[in-house]
Design a protein around this ligand. Sequence first.
Ligand SMILES: Nc1ncnc2c1ncn2[C@@H]1O[C@H](COP(=O)(O)OP(=O)(O)OP(=O)(O)O)[C@@H](O)[C@H]1O
Ligand SMILES: [Mg+2]
Length: 349
Amino acid sequence: MARISSRLKEVTMEKIPDITSDILDKLRKLNINSVYQLAVQSPSELGLGISDVLDVELAAKLIGNARKILTENEVLSREFSTADDLLVRRNNISRYKTGSSNFDTFLNGGFETQSITEIAGEFGSGKSQICHTLCTAAIELMEDDLDTCDSGLIHRPPGSIIFIDTENSFRANRVHQIAEQKNLDPEDILKRIFHCNVYSSEQLEVVIDDLPKFIEQYNAKLVIIDSIISLHRAEFSGRGTLAERQQRLGKMLNKLRRYADIYDIAVVITNQVVSYADGSGFDYMKAAGGNIVAHGSTYRIFLRRYGKNRVATMEDSPSQPYQRAKFTIAENGIRDANSYKTDESDSAW
Ligand SMILES: Nc1ncnc2c1ncn2[C@@H]1O[C@H](COP(=O)(O)OP(=O)(O)OP(=O)(O)O)[C@@H](O)[C@H]1O
Ligand SMILES: [Mg+2]
């Protein structure tokens, strides 16, 4: 069923206060073509990008004006909002399910919009399988949008998913298989997944810079990046390059956080693990990327393998307790493990 979107389409860039035709030309050359695309910029980068015309102060002013338009249209919260207003906004977020009731309950109903959810785990722990399952299950929940404009209502294309693949892990036939097993329409689902193969850290950064344009063009509601760290980890391997790697990862996450908020989309990223010794003689695993990735994501889920099953642990959440869910990987994607037990004495935990 179609719903009226909170997105505004009708406010053109020309209506942004303080904007001149010269600045508009410069912004268009930088591929910034909408109020949203201006609102997600950071002043320092925008100021630098068109420094012959703009300084950082003016860039900040223009971004502020774009954000103000979004606030007036209730797309963004006010600088200071009362907590009850924030509660209303939170209650309006969408949640995209996987179809595994254990996993969805564990996520408080599904992967939520306006957030970055990180899934970390060792190889084979199920990160990519969760992403594939989410692709099939989420699309069903994406309604068509109706936007308002001066001449009435515009019908936007049905919601879609952007899948950014840095590990060549996406398999369209796997999505097809999961969809068929779930009695969903595989053809429709495959048409609504926009896949992008990325081969270098620089290319990933450019794709993330350009994401707003694609989010608007495809009416994307969910962006999956599998994985956020592999390319940066491979290319910045020496100790001397660690600081630069972390800075670049931080910038990407910062942008993704802005996109999640302004476009009301769910962002799901996968992360690898590093092993560390705690001095007791045992090696442990933790998510890669250090504090930058840990602070950059809203939710952090850690996956571990237990025989045929997998256990997901909520390691960081702004509103949920530390908790776990058990699932397995099957032809129909991730699903509840048959022998699910909540008993702490279950040796599989
Ligand atoms: N059709 C299927 N049916 C059942 N299990 C499957 C199917 N396809 C893949 N798997 C299982 O999924 C597991 C791999 O999971 P996945 O690719 O999600 O790991 P990952 O965490 O992404 O690992 P990596 O870090 O290597 O990318 C394998 O154990 C494989 O057996
Ligand atoms: Mg994978």
